[in-house]
Design a protein around this ligand. Structure first.
Ligand code: 5AD
Ligand code: SF4
Length: 481
């Protein structure tokens, strides 16, 4: 286990080991020498800031980067006024990319005032060759660029970069490798994401993820169980199992296993009180999973089930592999079996070829399923995906009108859905002090709704019963029961 790997015992006069993760610990020790040298010269520790710009997988990767930086001896900086800034990028929609260029523009000036400053870029956006070309040409002050497949090599790449004045770039096209046992630093002491698989094989026609995250690979159940046991013994009570399509977990393992079976293994782990997961693809959601969820008192009453579109024609063009009716049947079955479940979704508006009638089908599904929450997105053209070269792109003005109509509808329904728990007592995991009123704490219910209630900060991290007094739209005010 990495906790037992002591950097002091590593002999830097020897060649770096070939095997992983030992090789990375060698480079962590090497970077630590650089940090000591920095401290001698400057009378302070170097400060680093990891900026997470994407989804939960991205956030989990950022925790790994932070864990390595802590081992090396970097201090954490609260913002980008730091000696080392790492942008962990996303590229699922174009505006994610634009945001990165905007940040880099600002850092260019910051770098002039801080001669120590180094900048690294990693994550999904770096897997796009055009992006790297643009960075080389227009942003030469960036020190280090790496991708999603070699993030485990961060220590080694940083060591190379610290020794070089030139831009260090290392991007792999794909990998079948999963390196275990590297350090990580969790954001919350009481809850944690756990990767169960990487990559995606679905190739939805609008989506860039399969190109930037590579083919689907599942972690071995014994590695996941070991990690979760360790988390439980560190005081974690809630885990979120992470994957692009958790319902196809285990298909590529040497000894195949279903996601529902993995959940049952997770349930057995003492100390873990709540289990969440993200994301489910409707085409792979099994009756076995519904049954396991229904019978469980640890699996949270929340299912994120991306719809993307309610029109069977558009779903076909999206390569989603289900029809409107199949989706409605599935959602109906879940609501019937687990009535108190919260169903949430993702919807894209303005996919190429989407007509008024197609959009009405989406609204129809929204009204029938009555989502507890829905994330709505305007279709964004991603280079290299099949949808980007479809001819019938929808004019922006039309998309905007549909988007606003959809948003209004999902918000009205979500408010009504949230209110259905008024007056009940719910178990919540206390997550933090309320941002706006420090006398209040914020807790998360099993169904993912938030409730704010008066309480002492010593309760943070605990599971408590809270009475839901007043629904304020998408959240509640309550009192400890
Ligand atoms: N345009 C708009 N939204 C997209 N998503 C993925 N790709 C695109 C795209 N090209 C949305 C999907 C997915 C969520 C994570 O992001 O709804 O479920
Ligand atoms: Fe993208 Fe579809 Fe894979 Fe989700 S399932 S990551 S939307 S390709």
């Amino acid at each position: 286990m990495y906790q037992e790997m002591n950097l002091d015992n590593i002999n830097l006069n020897l060649e770096p080991p070939i095997e992983e993760p030992a090789r990375q610990y060698y480079f962590m020790a090497k970077c630590r020498e650089w940090v000591w040298d920095f401290e001698q010269k400057n009378g302070r520790s170097p400060k680093a800031c990891v900026v997470n710009m994407g989804c939960q997988m991205n956030a989990k990767d950022s925790e790994k980067l932070t864990g390595i930086l802590s081992q090396i001896g970097y201090e954490k900086a609260p913002d980008e006024h730091a000696d080392f800034v790492i942008y962990n990028t996303c590229t699922v929609r174009e505006n994610a990319n634009l945001k990165v260029y905007g940040h880099l523009g600002l850092l260019k000036h910051e770098k002039k005032t801080n001669p120590h400053m180094r900048i690294a870029l990693c994550g999904c956006m770096m897997q796009e060759p055009e992006v790297v070309e643009k960075l080389k040409k227009s942003y030469p002050f960036v020190n280090l660029i790496f991708g999603t497949h070699n993030i485990y090599k961060f220590a080694e790449l940083l060591a190379n970069s610290l020794e070089s004045e030139r831009m260090v770039i290392d991007i792999w096209k794909d990998t079948d490798r999963i390196v275990e046992e590297l350090p990580t630093e969790r954001k919350y002491p009481f809850k944690s994401g756990v990767n169960i698989m990487f990559g995606c094989n679905n190739f939805c026609s609008y989506c860039i993820v399969p190109y930037v995250r590579g083919r689907e690979r599942s972690r071995r159940p014994e590695d996941i169980i070991r990690e979760v046991r360790q988390l439980a013994s560190d005081g974690v009570s809630e885990i979120m199992l992470l994957g692009q399509n958790v319902n196809s977990y285990g298909k590529t393992l040497e000894h195949p296993m279903t996601f529902a079976q993995l959940l049952k293994e997770m349930e057995k782990i003492e100390g873990i009180r709540r289990i969440r997961f993200m994301t489910s693809h409707p085409k792979d959601l099994s009756d076995e999973l519904i049954r396991v969820m229904k019978e469980s008192n640890k699996i949270c009453r929340h299912l994120h089930l991306p719809l993307q579109s309610g029109s069977t024609n558009i779903l076909k063009a999206m390569n989603r592999k289900y029809t409107k009716e199949q989706y409605l049947d599935l959602a109906g079955k879940i609501r019937q079996e687990i009535p108190d479940i919260s169903l949430t979704t993702d919807i894209i508006v303005g996919f190429p070829g989407e007509t008024e009638a197609d959009f009405e089908e989406t609204l129809d599904v929204v009204r029938k399923v009555r989502y507890d929450n829905a994330y709505t997105f305007i279709y964004s053209k991603r280079t290299g995906t099949p949808a980007a070269s479809m001819e019938n792109q929808v004019p922006e003005a039309e998309v905007k009108v549909h988007f606003d109509r959809l948003l209004k509808e999902v918000q009205t329904i979500a408010r009504e859905q949230a209110a259905r728990f008024s007056g009940t007592v719910q178990e919540v995991l206390v997550e933090e002090r309320n941002e706006h009123d420090s006398r209040l704490l914020t807790g998360r219910m099993s169904n993912n709704l938030l409730v704010h209630f008066p309480g002492d900060p010593s309760l943070i991290g605990k599971l408590l019963l809270v009475k839901l007094e007043e629904c304020k739209g998408f959240y509640y005010m309550g009192t400890i029961s």
